[in-house]
Unconditional design. Structure first.
Length: 365
């Protein structure tokens, strides 16, 4: 007897949360009380970080652009002491190894066994862009660029990556991206973080585990392959034949489908709009490929709506902003580390150890 599904876990509530909510039928994402469309248009990444952390803690933690800037500066001091973490060819492996260097717990015998969560959270959120940008530069054979704590998080991340200031349009688009993907209810990586936190392990252990969960192509690893797909298709007229070939070969179309949404992922529209001012030559192709993919998948699976997910336009946006495709998944982590941290704080504050069950389908003696 085989068990290829996970019926015991599907849809099971593992936490009460104030951080975000996904309505997959209506295509609605609420982040700490605000619709994602509204948040992406009105909030900076720093404001969104404050919002999710405050929601997890249920009090104002006073996270500001200055505290995140100081955290980036503190992380920069660590860069020479990261051993070979940033030599890893994969950015997610590099980020996982580098984050593992952050101080995990408070002083022994401190108030909480896992340390001062808000302070550790800010350190981790500040460190992620510094480590990812330093990895990206090293990969390109260039020296790392020190953070400028006076800049906004998105502007500094782009500057540390490119080695020069990004244009205002690019910074705005990247900021909108970081806000849009900051949290998404009980995604696989967030669940991972909460499981780890639920054992009363520290926040760094939880976010390091979450990076591992995000790495896979079914979760955060999809946007690089989406860009590969757009390159391989080349022109709208060739979309259908290419997509049919992929399906015939038994492969999935990257950037399409979602475990929760039964309509188009609302973040796809937010990112599609955010990328418009950058006049990306890939945008028109992406729209055509999305339409062709939706049509083909509808014909094949009339009972299982499969529409574009967030990764489809993530690929177009991050490419237009100027990031190399190998940096797409780590950039997702640069944002989502804030959501994970909020969930860890909430889990430590309210949660019980998460211990799902498995169904034994093996032999009996
Ligand atoms: N392309 C082609 N077929 C797809 C598909 C895709 N992108 N997504 C789902 N399907 C098919 C499956 O093959 C399955 O068919 P089957 O019943 O004949 O086996 C059916 O639709 C149901 O898929 P299922 O695996 O139950 O969906 P899921 O909820 O587990 O998958 C994803 C959700 C996101 C993992 C899946 O849609 C996917 O792999 N998408 C591509 C990767 C991606 O874009 N990831 C980023 C997510 S934000």
């Amino acid at each position: 007897m085989t068990n290829t599904t996970n019926p015991g876990l599907e849809g099971v509530m593992v936490a009460d949360t104030r951080i975000s909510d996904v309505d997959g039928e209506r295509g609605r994402l609420v982040i700490a009380g605000a619709d994602v469309e509204q948040l992406a248009q009105t909030a900076s990444f720093e404001a969104a970080v404050a919002r999710v952390l405050d929601a997890g803690a249920t009090r104002a933690l006073a996270v500001t652009p200055a505290t995140l800037g100081a955290a980036r500066a503190a992380a920069w001091e660590l860069v020479p002491r990261l051993g070979d973490a940033l030599d890893q060819p994969d950015g997610m492996d590099a980020l996982r190894a580098a984050l593992g260097h952050l101080r995990a717990t408070g002083e022994p015998g401190g108030a909480a066994p896992y340390g001062d969560d808000p302070a550790v959270a800010v350190a981790a959120i500040g460190a992620a862009p510094v480590f990812v940008a330093a990895w990206s530069r090293r990969r390109a054979g260039q020296p790392a660029v020190a953070p400028d704590p006076a800049l906004g998080h998105a502007a500094d991340y782009l500057r540390m990556t490119l080695g020069r200031a990004g244009s205002a349009d690019r910074v705005r688009a990247l900021d909108a991206y970081l806000v849009t993907v900051i949290d998404h209810a009980m995604s696989a990586s967030t669940f991972t973080a909460r499981v780890i936190a639920s054992t009363h392990a520290d926040l760094i252990s939880a976010v390091v585990g979450a990076v591992g969960a995000l790495k896979g192509p079914l979760h955060g690893g999809a946007p690089g392959p989406v860009l590969d797909m757009l390159d391989a298709i080349g022109a709208p007229a060739d979309a259908e034949a290419w997509l049919l070939g992929e399906l015939a070969a038994g492969r999935r179309i990257m950037g399409m489908g979602h475990r929760v949404y039964r309509v188009r992922d609302p973040r796809a529209a937010v990112l599609e709009q955010a990328v418009r001012p950058l006049h990306s030559p890939r945008l028109e192709l992406a729209r055509a490929v999305e339409q062709a993919a939706a049509r083909i998948l509808r014909d094949r699976k009339p009972d299982r709506p499969l529409a574009a997910n967030v990764e489809f336009f993530t690929a177009v946006l991050l490419d237009a902003v100027g990031l190399p495709r190998e940096q797409f998944a780590p950039t997702f982590a640069v944002s989502r580390i804030a959501g994970w941290s909020a969930h860890v704080i909430e889990q430590h504050r309210t949660g019980r150890m998460i211990r799902p069950a498995s169904r034994y389908v093996g032999e009996l003696a």
